[in-house]
Design a protein around this ligand. Structure first.
Ligand code: ADP
Ligand code: MG
Length: 739
């Protein structure tokens, strides 16, 4: 018999009370309007301006605007102001907060205390935070992924303050810590994190876009940046259920588990009323996020049961990415207080929708103009079309880089499943844009540009932004009126991975189109608009293959995409290969996003993570099969055999026949589980002995994962035959319908 406590715990979850309105878990502050406490835990520019001498503040602004290095004195002044602010809010420690290639954020706390011994024997403790502690720190970097770039004798790595993202306070049960957003680089200056290449890609974008805009006649634009608003999906599982499932504890996803009769088929969860326990969690999480200056705005139920989404108001990419990483961390912590575990895994439950992180993205000038928003004048519309062409070219030319940027073992389980975009990267632009693009391509070069712009309806383009009727939810990269939505990004990812690829691709497209436009401007008789139109015509025509308006989930699209020769890398080992192909990844080096050494290291880190990940899942599955599933099956077999033998031979012959059927079903499923377990064990040993990493990863994708699915299928068949009392793990129906 299983210990009664296991089953009791499975069911007790459903008796848990949500916190009631009479006993708010939130500090009193949350009853005030959000604006009263928004950003309270952030040392933003307004607060710095109040606390810094004028010259120091001006020097900081110069650094932020032009990248001028901060002098030592200014760093000291800022550090002192930061310490004062932080300690006045109860902070005892500080940390550089960074985003190594683990997919999580990292921190190493130091206390503000310092010892002051002026007279020997008279020891005083005081708080100190120096300029150099603010600007640089040296974590023991040897334990972070580096893809072989850092040999152990050169284990040093540095974190360096990124002043473009403000410092903030993180609250724990007994204290607060000042966090300094930082980049993480090796002793020789190679990037070891997500933030550094993102910042470099943004620099490249700025350079190329400003130059391109000048060619278009927009000479006043000083800088161009990118905006990001990510819709973050997640699942919640009760902690008691979580604790009883080794697969969730170790891998964040279920490796076995029969589907519940009720799943998402009633389509009743999406936008449904939010369960009170969940709402209590969301409210507390949002309170924390708002105090951290993270502008979360939207919350709702997602398609799968116990799946939810949060979305912020968009911000500059670097800030939005830091905020997303921080929001995930806060969500995990607050969920625990509400007796939930927050799962950001891309596919925690088989047979239900997985979770993505739709990255809404656009380009913006220093004057706040959205370059992907159709404008009001013919010139603005032409500029809009030019940037549309840039984006199409970026995705067309660098679809494989975008695919590599979203490649993880987890996301492989989601991409191409029947509810998520496939691994083929295409662009959806909508009916109206398609008509405009096709008209542009068909138009003759001699046409009067002004007339053409009006003729093809570009003069009325603002309506596009309001036209949400023809949304295509199946596309991995969709234009949604005034921004693109990169939907293939997985829910657990650091957005910088995919976005640096996208932004570097856009910078490359801008550079290429700029050069072509310049050549045309030299030779064109028809003036600038004429030259731009000519270029648009060419680029729209060249990028036709990447545009797809139909159902991306369909089998026909797979065939059609193959005909169009669009890459379709169905798994991570295949998708990562471009990182090793200098022909394919040269643009990343040309735009200054990666050095060749860094690219090699990214490849190694990503491949190694894939191998470790799949190996961990396979080992966890094997342990669960051997210690939970098979023992439950054996008990059931004994029980069924006993029931059958006591019925057979007696008067209950009919019952005996039924019991025999049951006995056979149990025996068959159990035999299949045991067989698959044995096979998986042998294959895993063999594959993990392969030293060549790409070959090992290939075999994991082609051999181990399919065998895991086969073992799971047998285990799930067995689950359906085993007495509920005997089943040792929470079932799908129990985990997914917590009220
Ligand atoms: P929808 O739900 O129609 O996709 P929303 O307006 O709700 O659109 O936006 C979804 C996300 O897109 C939000 O996080 C929002 O802030 C973000 N977003 C809106 N405009 C932009 C933009 N110009 N750049 C980046 N993100 C944007
Ligand atoms: Mg959504």
């Amino acid at each position: 018999m299983p210990s009664p406590s296991r089953r009791a715990a499975r069911l007790a979850v459903h008796q848990r009370q949500p916190c009631t309105f009479d006993s708010p878990r939130l500090p009193d502050g949350h009853r005030s309007p959000v604006s009263a406490y928004f950003g309270r835990h952030v040392l933003d520019l307004i607060k710095l301006k109040e606390r810094l001498p004028r010259e120091a503040y001006q020097a900081l602004l110069a650094t932020l605007r032009g990248g001028a290095p901060l002098s030592r004195e200014v760093a000291e002044t800022i550090a002192a102001a930061a310490r004062e602010w932080a300690t006045s809010h109860g902070a005892t420690h500080f940390t550089h907060w960074f985003q190594p290639m683990t997919g999580l954020t990292a921190e190493k706390h130091d206390s503000f205390i310092d010892l002051n011994v002026q007279i020997p024997g008279e020891l005083k403790v005081l708080e100190k935070f120096s300029g150099s502690q603010l600007t640089q720190s040296e974590p023991d970097a040897s334990s972070f992924p580096s893809g072989g770039m850092r040999t152990t004798f050169e284990a040093r790595g540095y974190t360096a303050w990124d002043p473009s993202s403000p410092m903030f306070l993180v609250e724990s049960v007994n204290g607060r810590t000042l966090c300094v957003p930082s980049v993480f680089i090796s002793y020789h200056g190679h990037s070891l994190d997500h933030k550094t290449p993102l910042l470099r890609a943004l620099e490249a974008l700025n350079r190329q876009a400003v130059a391109f805009l000048k060619l278009l006649g927009d000479v006043d634009v000083q800088s161009v940046g990118a905006t990001l608003g990510c819709e973050q999906e997640y699942f919640l599982v009760d902690r008691d259920h979580f604790a009883l499932r080794p697969d969730l504890v170790l891998c964040d996803r279920t490796l076995v588990g029969a589907s519940s009769p009720r799943g998402q088929q009633f389509e009743d969860h999406y936008f449904g009323s939010i369960p009170p326990r969940v709402l209590a969690f969301m409210e507390e999480m949002e309170f924390e996020l708002h105090r951290l200056g993270i502008p979360v705005k939207t919350r709702h139920n997602e398609v799968a049961p116990m799946q939810f989404e949060m979305a912020p108001i968009f911000e500059d990419v670097n800030m939005a990415n830091d905020h997303n990483a921080l929001a995930m961390d806060v969500a995990r912590k607050v969920a625990l207080k509400h007796h939930f575990v927050c799962l950001f895994h891309e596919k925690p439950f088989e047979g239900l929708n997985g979770s993505g992180k739709h990255c809404n993205w656009s380009l913006v000038t220093d004057r706040g103009e959205n370059l992907l928003d159709p404008g009001r004048t013919p010139h603005q519309n032409l500029r809009f079309l030019a940037f549309m062409a840039v984006c199409l070219k970026a995705v067309h030319d660098h679809a494989d880089a975008l695919r590599a940027g979203i490649a993880t073992a987890n996301n492989d389980l989601r991409l191409g499943a029947n509810e998520a975009p496939p691994a083929i990267i295409s662009v959806f632009v909508g009916d109206q844009m398609t008509r405009i693009i096709e008209k542009t391509v068909a138009g003759s070069a001699g046409e009067d540009p002004e007339h053409f712009v009006i003729e093809m309806g570009v003069g009325k383009l603002p309506q596009l932004a309001r036209d949400y009727t023809d949304r295509n939810r199946t596309s991995p990269f969709a234009f949604t009126g005034n921004k693109f939505e990169f939907r293939a990004v997985g829910s657990s990812m650091n957005c910088a991975g995919p976005l640096m690829m996208l932004i570097a691709g856009v910078a490359d497209a801008l550079g290429q189109m700029g050069a072509r436009l310049q050549a045309k401007l030299g030779g064109s008789k028809g003036g600038r608009d004429q030259a731009v139109l000519e270029l648009l015509r060419e680029v729209f025509a060249e990028t036709t293959a990447v545009r797809f308006e139909g159902n991306n989930y369909s089998e026909e699209w797979r065939k059609e995409a193959a005909r169009r020769k669009l890459p379709n890398f169905t798994d991570t080992p295949a998708a990562l290969a471009m990182l090793r192909d200098p022909k394919r990844n040269a643009f990343l080096c040309e735009q200054g996003v990666f050095s060749e050494v860094e690219l090699a290291s990214r490849y190694n880190v990503a491949l190694e993570r894939y191998i470790k990940h799949v190996a961990l899942e396979a080992e966890t599955l094997l342990e669960m099969l051997s210690t939970l599933v098979i023992p439950a099956g054996e008990k059931q077999l004994a029980q069924s055999a006993a029931a059958w033998s006591s019925a057979s031979g007696g008067p209950a012959a009919g019952a005996a026949r039924a019991l025999e059927g049951r006995l056979q079903a149990v025996a068959t499923a159990l035999g299949d589980v045991a067989g698959a377990t044995h096979q998986l064990e042998r294959l895993l040993d063999e594959v993990l002995a392969i030293h060549d990493e790409p070959a090992c990863a290939r075999r994991l994708a082609d051999g181990v994962r399919p065998l895991m699915a086969q073992a799971r299928e047998a285990a799930d068949r067995l689950e359906a035959q085993v007495d509920d009392e005997l089943w040792p793990m929470p079932k799908y129906r129990e985990m997914l319908f917590v009220k």
